[in-house]
Design a protein around this ligand. Structure first.
Ligand SMILES: Cc1cc2nc3c(=O)[nH]c(=O)nc-3n(C[C@H](O)[C@H](O)[C@H](O)COP(=O)(O)OP(=O)(O)OC[C@H]3O[C@@H](n4cnc5c(N)ncnc54)[C@H](O)[C@@H]3O)c2cc1C
Length: 230
């Protein structure tokens, strides 16, 4: 793990309260798709954000969800905006995809957990593989699925099977409604033969773990950094 200073190259809203951030570290860096960094606000105050792009680029991308009441993320954005640079530590996390998968991959994310899905899918798209990749992305509403078109492009290219999930039905919505893990449960008779990758609120990660184990998922096939915190 290394501490490094980064220039803030971009800080721009994607949709509603989600911001696209691009950081350019001042030194070389290394990580694996699915890992996260920590923004150093102080030595005893470090805030985790998933790296949203797969390795291989000269920058680090983040998606930061900052509703007005979310000071935790809002303060990070404010520091980046006013100082134009930020200290980070990286890499962290073991819920990664580094090698060609041997089993089908099911990525289930809520809200800005999509940044995790994006890094994993970009990495998978660079690997020759023959497994199915399922993406379930849950949002409170359509605005929560802030890069819907990107996920749809992966779907149209045959790279993932994208299943958007919103909590309440809206006119002409043909996909799942409700909570994202419920959509997975309704589509899969068994989770015995898949590797599952999870990112989102801790409450979601916890409830999904219990429900997925009951559907046959083996503990070693469940991946998510949330599980190191809860
Ligand atoms: C290692 C790590 C990395 C992180 N990386 C980031 C990051 O890159 N960007 C960032 O903004 N934050 C990050 N966080 C903070 C935190 O994980 C996010 O703020 C959180 O996932 C964002 O949720 P949301 O508000 O976007 O989702 P919401 O809009 O609250 O929820 C989206 C969907 O998740 C599901 N869901 C939510 N709550 C529940 C529940 N109680 N039960 C069942 N399902 C539920 C539902 O399907 C819901 O529609 C990170 C935290 C950690 C520990």
């Amino acid at each position: 793990m290394e501490r490094m200073n980064c220039q803030v190259e971009l800080l721009s809203p994607i949709l509603d309260d989600v911001y696209d951030v691009v950081l350019k570290p001042q030194q070389s860096f290394d990580y694996i798709a699915g890992q996260y960094l920590q923004v150093v606000m102080a030595n005893d105050d470090k805030r985790p954000f998933t790296i949203a792009n797969a390795p291989g680029e000269q920058h680090l991308q983040l998606h930061i969800g900052a509703t007005p009441e979310n000071l935790y993320a809002g303060q990070v954005l404010e520091r980046m905006r006013t100082e134009g640079q930020i200290d980070i530590e990286m890499p962290f996390g073991r819920s990664v995809i580094e090698q060609t998968p041997e089993r089908d991959v099911l990525i289930m994310v809520g809200g800005t957990g999509f940044s995790y899905a994006k890094a994993l899918i970009e990495a998978l798209n660079q690997m020759p593989h023959s497994v199915n990749v399922y993406l379930y992305w849950g949002g409170r509403n359509l605005g929560g699925l802030y890069l819907y078109e990107l996920a749809q492009q992966w779907h149209d290219a045959g790279q993932v099977q994208f299943n958007p999930v919103i909590e309440q039905p809206i006119a002409q919505w043909q996909y799942h409604t409700g909570l994202v893990h419920e959509a997975v449960l309704s589509d899969f008779a068994s989770l015995k033969d898949v590797d599952v990758y999870v990112a989102g609120r801790f409450e979601m990660a916890a409830v999904a773990r219990d429900a997925f184990f009951a559907k046959g998922l083996i503990a070693s096939q469940l991946h998510g950094d949330a599980y190191e915190f809860i």
